[in-house]
Design a protein around this ligand. Structure first.
Ligand SMILES: NC(=O)c1ccc[n+]([C@@H]2O[C@H](COP(=O)([O-])OP(=O)(O)OC[C@H]3O[C@@H](n4cnc5c(N)ncnc54)[C@H](OP(=O)(O)O)[C@@H]3O)[C@@H](O)[C@H]2O)c1
Length: 230
């Protein structure tokens, strides 16, 4: 991607947290955002705030047919993404692994691994056909080292590292796929795990001031690197 070119950027999980902050940051720089999240209210608010060419849709990334319908429409109306950010994810309730029911474990796998794959399955063919674009799959410090009480989340973020590094070996040479550890940021997800001590970390808006320029300069030379936002 040429530096400075205005991009079409797909972001999953734009209704709050890092996704929302990135969307606002990219829009402020003139880029076009295609975003999704489950909350109908927040998607409605985003539509009100940012009209076309930006495009926001309420859907669950864990449901393959919803992602397929979304991608088919977006590829026709907005075009092929230059940057695809798989940001949407869930955190498990803090607990030892054996104390988490199947109903608590399964959605973490469904959203954090299958959801990412659904998005790749339906957007990547157009990007590969055009032989350009960057895929960023949100990983975590917990995709590179472990901690107690977050085993399901760790399992999914280790999976994201492996999935993304293997994908990087499959892409045409002028594309890139990277797993990204965003750092530690005060969002609803962090509060689920850290409680009030999450408040000692940067806000999503503060983080996005570093993350947005970092993401915009990624290119084929980054393919297959496990990156972090510094
Ligand atoms: N915050 C941190 O310190 C931190 C650290 C390391 C990694 N990360 C990673 O960074 C990413 C963003 O985290 P965050 O802290 O911003 O989390 P967050 O505040 O909980 O936001 C998560 C976003 O994902 C969306 N989402 C969740 N399930 C979805 C689904 N099934 N379909 C569509 N959208 C869905 C949520 O919207 P709806 O509820 O409206 O669907 C929300 O917009 C995640 O991949 C996370 O693992 C965060």
């Amino acid at each position: 991607m040429a530096a400075g070119k205005l991009k079409c950027i797909v972001i999953t999980g734009v209704t709050r947290g890092l996704g929302r902050a990135m969307a606002e940051g990219f829009i402020a720089r003139g880029h076009t955002i295609v975003g999704c999240g489950r909350s109908r209210d927040m998607i409605g608010e985003l539509r009100q705030r940012h009209g076309p060419p930006h495009d926001f849709e309420s859907l669950d990334v864990a449901t393959d047919w919803q992602v397929q319908a979304w991608a088919t429409r977006v590829l026709k109306t907005t075009g092929t993404p230059d940057l695809l950010l798989n940001n949407a994810a869930l955190m498990n309730r803090n607990a030892p692994l054996w104390k988490l029911s199947a109903d608590e474990f399964d959605p973490v796998i469904d959203v954090n691994i299958k959801g990412v794959t659904n998005v790749l399955r339906h957007f990547l063919p157009a990007m590969v056909a055009r032989r350009s674009g960057v895929v960023v799959n949100f990983s975590s410090g917990r995709g590179r080292s472990t901690a107690p009480e977050v085993a399901p989340y760790c399992a999914t973020k280790y999976a994201i590292e492996g999935l993304t590094l293997a994908l990087a070996q499959e892409l045409p040479s002028d594309m890139a796929a990277v797993p990204l550890n965003p750092g530690i940021i005060d969002t609803e997800m962090l509060r689920e795990s850290f409680g009030d001590s999450a408040g000692s970390y940067p806000s999503a808006k503060e983080w996005s001031e570093r993350a947005v320029p970092f993401l915009l300069q990624l290119g084929p030379e980054d393919n297959g690197k496990s990156l972090s936002v510094r």
